[in-house]
Ligand binder design. Structure first.
Ligand code: NAP
Length: 338
């Protein structure tokens, strides 16, 4: 049992839920940020009984992009896990919808941590989006934790491609995090985790499948599709592994000062269909016809820093992660119909 208090930003989100649960399961006290008390109450109700209630408290942060957003929430915190950042492609204004909340949210969270003497460790949820380079997506390329997306804020501001803008938002946010971490007045150590498309059971409060988070929606997207949907990012990892990496990154000496590319598997949506067909007879008639294939030739990745740092990290497999993702969404679908 640890006396550490962990501030998790974005507890209401898909990954924020997994990260919050992971720290609670390991015995840490958690202060979760949400945009409203109503969201906090619904989340607590959904997860009642999974952990000691007294270990979880809330801070309301309506907008991570507002100056001083984290100044109250950070008080007394030893570990900050900053996950809150928009991940969607429904972009009307590149800056307001993606770039500003990603960049300013990270800046405000880490500046607040810089002023709070109790903070010892910080982890920022970055992304493979901050690693990859649209001009190098070829089978000759192996992306590692040393690679950086070359996109700039100004390019992203003008782009009409929402995927490019999202990827740039993650790059500029992570770059800012490392800049703040290297300032002499910063007393804590930073780690960043760069996940690909995150699979795994969506355990956040889901009021309609139309509002499913982007990555769970991408996996669920094979259901009721006429054809196998194009595989946008052919690399994935389970949310429980990403959450555990946040915990390891902030609670071990070895995890400090590192950037972890965290890719467990490469996949194609035809393989998602195949797993779905074999595991869920009830989906018969709701899946497109597909022969499992390797998909289009694409890049390679090297996430071995995770294994080297944490001694043979055990990744959840593509098959198990896909099954658990679909099982949870099927359960939610049934519950929403009742
Ligand atoms: P999500 O379910 O949409 O969660 C996003 C979270 O951020 C929510 O809690 C959301 O609050 C909060 N948030 C967004 N903008 C905010 C703002 N302006 N002010 C306050 N809170 C705000 O998405 P997710 O997939 O879990 O993503 C979480 C993190 O993981 C993000 O940093 C994302 O870039 C990163 N990531 C995700 C994936 C993936 O495949 N899922 C892959 C790589 C990296 P509300 O719920 O109230 O809107």
């Amino acid at each position: 049992m640890s006396a550490d208090l962990v501030l998790v930003s974005g507890t209401s989100g898909f990954l924020g839920t997994a990260v919050t649960l992971a720290y609670l399961e390991k015995g840490y006290r958690v202060r979760g940020t949400v945009r409203s008390q109503e969201k906090a109450d619904k989340w607590a109700k959904k997860h009642e009984g999974k952990f000691d209630k007294s270990k979880l408290e809330w801070a309301i942060v309506k907008d991570v992009a507002a100056p001083g957003a984290f100044d109250e929430a950070i008080k007394g915190v030893t570990i900050l896990a900053h996950t809150a950042s928009p991940f969607h492609y429904d972009v009307k204004d590149n800056e307001k919808d993606l770039l500003i909340p990603a960049l300013e949210g990270t800046r405000h969270a880490l500046r607040a941590a810089q002023k709070e003497p109790s903070v010892k460790r910080v982890v920022v949820t970055s992304s493979f989006a901050a690693v990859m380079d649209f001009n190098r997506l070829s089978p000759e390329t192996t992306f590692t934790h040393e690679d950086w997306n070359p996109a700039t804020y100004d390019e992203a501001k003008k782009s009409d491609n929402p995927t490019f803008v999202y990827c740039a938002s993650k790059k500029v946010a992570e770059e800012e995090a490392w800049k703040i971490a290297r300032e002499p007045e910063t007393k804590w150590k930073l780690s960043t985790v760069c996940p690909p498309l995150i699979f795994g059971p969506p355990l956040q409060v889901i009021e309609s499948l139309d509002s499913l988070n982007t990555s769970s929606g991408a996996v669920w997207g094979v259901v009721d599709a006429k054809e196998v949907p194009e595989t946008s990012f052919p690399v994935g990892t389970d949310s429980r592994d990403i959450a555990n990496l946040h915990v390891l990154a902030t609670t071990t000496d070895e995890g400090a000062d590192k950037r972890f590319l965290a890719i467990a598997f490469h996949f194609d949506n035809s393989q998602v269909v195949d797993v779905a067909r074999k595991a869920f007879p009830e989906l018969d008639g709701r899946l497109p016809k597909a022969e499992p294939s390797e998909g289009k030739p694409h890049f390679k990745t090297d996430s071995s820093l995770v294994d080297r740092t944490f001694g043979g990290f055990k990744w959840i497999s593509f098959e198990d992660s896909t099954k658990d993702t679909l099982a949870e969404i099927l359960r939610v679908e049934k519950a929403l119909k009742q």
